[in-house]
Design a protein around this ligand. Structure first.
Ligand code: HMG
Ligand code: MG
Length: 300
């Protein structure tokens, strides 16, 4: 009962680059987004409209989005993160047509990441989703720490389900479930999904799995098997998390594509072009691509 196709949401330019120590020049960010579109990615999270004091790496969000939207690739959408109304208004002014709000299933992580409780964050998202509806802008909802929290350890599946239901009720068209620190495994992800699916159907869920312990591909498979058909991934496995020590990036997009194509599941992505892009952005950061698939394909 695996799906015949999967939608991949490329988050490298945002989730990846927000966590790189060096601030990547705007030109390189824009070129990365263009290369990803050429490789066949149809959803590319471009940047985030957050406080530059908190995340200096995303301090050029307006310029990145303006430049990308000046020459958008046909059929590609470029969502951006907006934690509050201030971020939403800036994103809208730059032309955003899709935004994402981000909550957590763990109180401590919510405080460290967005400086408020889970309940306060959800209240803060209400005016964002209302303004987005008014402006005809789509809203996606993220939940962090769906399997574990760097401060609190294991997170109860019902906590994730509760936040997911609230985000859905607020008008999020899709809820992306973040295993922020990569401590999930196929069984814990299954239990979490079972709880969430009591509230939100699989068709409105996405898996956002970090690969810190090498479990992301296994967790993708467990989710596919339960009907989830949207996954977030980061080219070259870029990234980590500033509020989760030791965390590494999302599942590498090329690892995900390899897994899916190998099982006959379509993605619309050209693996060779994607791997070239992984090598290119890694070289910009002064290293080899982190992913197994990129290294194997490049060695051929
Ligand atoms: P705060 O300090 O509590 O906010 O931060 P505040 O409202 O008190 O404002 C403080 C200052 O920030 C003010 O400026 C505001 O104007 C400014 P000042 O008067 O001091 O000069 N400010 C802003 N500036 C630009 N854009 C904005 C904005 N809002 C306020 N939108 C806040 C609260 C949420 C803003 C802050 O904590 C923040 O920006 N956090 C972002 C953290 C972040 O980006 N984390 C990474 C993304 S989430 C993630 O990676 C997880 C995910 O991948 C899923 C997973 O893997 O789990 C999605
Ligand atoms: Mg993430």
């Amino acid at each position: 009962n695996l799906p015949s196709s999967v939608r991949i949401v490329e988050v490298g330019p945002r989730d990846g680059l927000q966590n790189e120590k060096q601030v990547v020049p705007t030109d390189i960010k824009v070129e990365l987004i263009e290369r990803l579109a050429e490789a066949g990615l149809a959803t590319i999270e471009a940047t985030s409209f957050v406080s530059p004091k908190w995340v200096p790496q995303m301090g050029d969000s307006t310029e990145v989005l303006l430049r990308v939207l000046a020459q958008p690739a046909p059929g590609v959408s470029y969502p951006v993160l907006t934690p509050n109304l201030k971020g939403f208004e800036a994103a809208l002014a730059a032309g955003a047509q899709e935004v994402a709000v981000f909550a957590a299933a763990s109180e401590s992580f919510s405080r460290k990441n967005i400086n408020c409780s889970i309940a306060e964050s959800l209240e803060r998202f209400r005016p964002v989703t209302a303004a987005a509806r008014e402006a005809g802008v789509k809203v996606r909802g993220y939940i962090s720490c769906v399997a574990g929290c760097p401060y609190e350890g294991e997170v109860a599946p019902r906590k994730v389900a509760g936040v997911a239901a609230t985000l859905r009720d607020m008008g999020c068209y899709e809820i992306s479930l973040g295993d922020t620190i990569g401590t999930g495994n196929p069984l814990s992800i299954r239990r979490m999904l079972e709880a969430v699916m009591q509230e939100v159907p699989a068709a409105q869920l996405a898996g956002h799995y970090h690969d810190t312990y090498g479990m992301a591909a296994a967790n993708v498979f467990a989710s596919l098997d339960m009907g989830v058909a949207v996954f977030d991934a980061s080219v070259g496995g870029l990234g980590g998390c500033p509020y989760a020590a030791g965390a590494s990036g999302n599942v590498a997009t090329e690892d995900l594509v390899w897994l899916l194509h190998g099982m006959g599941i379509a993605t619309g992505i050209d693996l060779d072009r994607l791997v070239d892009t992984a090598a290119w952005i890694s070289a910009q950061l002064g290293r080899e691509p982190a992913s197994r698939v990129a290294r194997a394909v490049l060695a051929k």
